[in-house]
Write a protein that binds this ligand. Structure first.
Ligand code: DC
Length: 219
């Protein structure tokens, strides 16, 4: 089988996956699929409907009614642009149990596979190379030290005016690392055939250039 024209970028929170993926998509004139945003938008829909994960019938009903779209880098939930709303601290907390739920993952993974089936996508997430697109032509496992990731996230939060200390940001990153890598369903792990890239001492430009060069070397 021909490998799918997909670059899969997995890794822990704050490693720079989404900035990297967007830039690679621009460089190759491909589309970018932000799967984390899909889990976040689903969490927002459940929160707004006052639903948790306990009531199976209500959950399945809500998942059946979800209409998620990505246009460029903006995320739409049933036609509404929720790009800002899905980045709130409340959603960042709630998305951990939501994304650990096998029923939620099944629905979103099917949507992701459907969206990406024609290829020409850079996709970032936690299980893209292992579960969603195991046939991706290039798989990257992008990581960085907790310190480097916390420092970057801290500067981003400051720029957005979100008051969080460096210690709080680092604790949040560690909480998410543990939750994402120890969950029972589709835990975060490096695919066997993924290239490990540690961005702790690299600029975004360097990371992007390396991955684009790897892609070009394949073709
Ligand atoms: O990358 P992010 O922070 O926007 O992701 C939000 C959450 O969704 C995060 O807790 C990990 C989870 N996630 C996942 O489980 N699988 C994916 N493919 C993408 C994100």
């Amino acid at each position: 089988m021909e490998p799918l024209q997909i670059i899969a970028i997995d890794g822990p929170s704050g490693a720079g996956k989404s900035s990297t993926a967007k830039r690679i998509a621009e460089a190759l004139h491909w589309d970018y699929l932000d799967t984390g945003a899909m889990y976040r938008a689903t969490s927002l829909a459940l929160l707004r409907a006052g639903l948790g994960l306990e009531d199976e019938a209500a959950l399945m009903g809500a998942l059946g009614n979800l209409r998620l779209e990505q246009k460029g880098t903006a995320i739409f939930l049933n036609g509404e642009d929720v790009s800002v709303a899905i980045r709130s601290p409340e959603i960042t907390r709630f998305v951990t149990p939501v994304s650990a739920d096998g029923r939620v993952r099944k629905v979103l993974v099917e949507q992701q596979q459907h969206i990406g089936r024609r290829g020409g996508f850079v996709v970032d997430g936690r299980d893209i190379g292992t579960v969603v697109f195991p046939g991706a032509a290039l798989k990257i496992y992008l990581t960085a030290s907790v310190e480097a990731r916390a420092q970057r996230r801290f500067l981003e939060q400051q720029a957005k005016g979100i008051p969080m200390s460096l210690e709080e940001v680092a604790a949040d990153i560690q909480r998410r690392d543990t939750a994402d890598s120890t969950r029972a369903v589709a835990p975060l792990r490096q695919a066997q055939d993924a290239v490990l890239l540690d961005s702790s001492d690299m600029t975004l430009d360097e990371v992007v250039a390396q991955i684009v060069a790897m892609w070009r070397a394949l073709g």
